[in-house]
Design a protein around this ligand. Structure first.
Ligand SMILES: C[S@@+](CC[C@H](N)C(=O)[O-])C[C@H]1O[C@@H](n2cnc3c(N)ncnc32)[C@H](O)[C@@H]1O
Length: 240
């Protein structure tokens, strides 16, 4: 796995984008930037085991290099599920397809370069929307989640993981500080952390826990429950 040192040298002021340089180091970036990344995949696998039916279609929205889907395909072999990863970054999709081939999973796991705002699909068993909604323009999120609700079969589920903000400024500040400590513990320097934060400033826009829950309820989901939280990161299960 290539090491993420993108922000060691980079002093440019460009906004963050999921280009080929990011795709190249992305697996390392996720593992060192998203607290409990692996645990959330493990928990998602438990949820899917409980809620999915045999031969269900599982779609990962903003699948990046396909790590989550390839892990799930391994864990959930017995259910004969069909997996599709969707991402609008060509570099990510190319890498994901290569990994599927390397792991011999290309028959069960497919990848498509597409904008998740343009989906038109029915009878989906589960959507995964992990750390992706935060990159969708806030004004598009309600329409997107409502469309995803319509695309699920009755009883289908959506797993949503997001970075979140808090309306209490002391809690918000403290939880951001705890997150910065986590990144330092993963080997990122102060300057790398600052540069990346600046690059993400207008690109990653987190909602609060309440805003996310309200949006998912308005989209149609009758059940929305958080199943995981690490300070300013949380994962929800929404059931149709
Ligand atoms: C932080 S990464 C997601 C990580 C991945 N879900 C995981 O858990 O390993 C966000 C991804 O969403 C993709 N993305 C952002 N907006 C998108 C959109 N409108 N349509 C499709 N993909 C999008 C980006 O290209 C990027 O690969």
């Amino acid at each position: 796995m290539s090491k993420d040192n993108l922000f060691e040298q980079d002093s440019s002021r460009n906004d963050f984008s999921f280009n080929h340089r990011v795709a190249e180091v992305f697996d390392d970036m996720l593992a060192r930037s998203v607290p409990c990344y692996r645990q959330v995949i493990d928990m998602s696998s438990q949820i899917l085991t409980a809620f999915l039916r045999k031969k269900d279609h599982v779609i990962d929205l903003g699948c990046s290099t396909g790590s989550t889907l390839l892990e799930l395909a391994r864990y959930l072999e017995a259910q004969e599920l069909r997996f599709t990863g969707i991402d609008n970054s060509r570099a990510m999709i190319k890498k994901a397809a290569l990994k599927a081939e390397m792991f011999g999973k290309q028959d069960r796991v497919g990848f498509e370069e597409k904008d998740i705002l343009d989906l038109d699909i029915k009878d989906v068993g589960a959507f995964l929307l992990n750390y992706t909604l935060q990159f969708v323009r806030p004004m598009d999120r309600q329409r997107l989640t409502a469309n995803l609700y319509q695309s699920l079969r009755p009883g289908g589920v959506m797993i949503v993981s997001e970075k979140i903000i808090f309306h209490d400024s002391r809690i918000n500040r403290s939880f951001i500080d705890f997150y910065l400590d986590f990144k330092k513990s993963q080997g990122y320097s102060e300057i790398e952390i600052t540069r990346k934060r600046e690059a993400l400033e207008n690109v990653l826009i987190p909602f609060s826990m309440d805003e996310n829950i309200r949006m998912l309820r308005q989209a149609g989901f009758s059940t929305v429950e958080p199943f995981f939280q690490w300070f300013n990161f949380t994962s929800f299960l929404a059931v149709k």
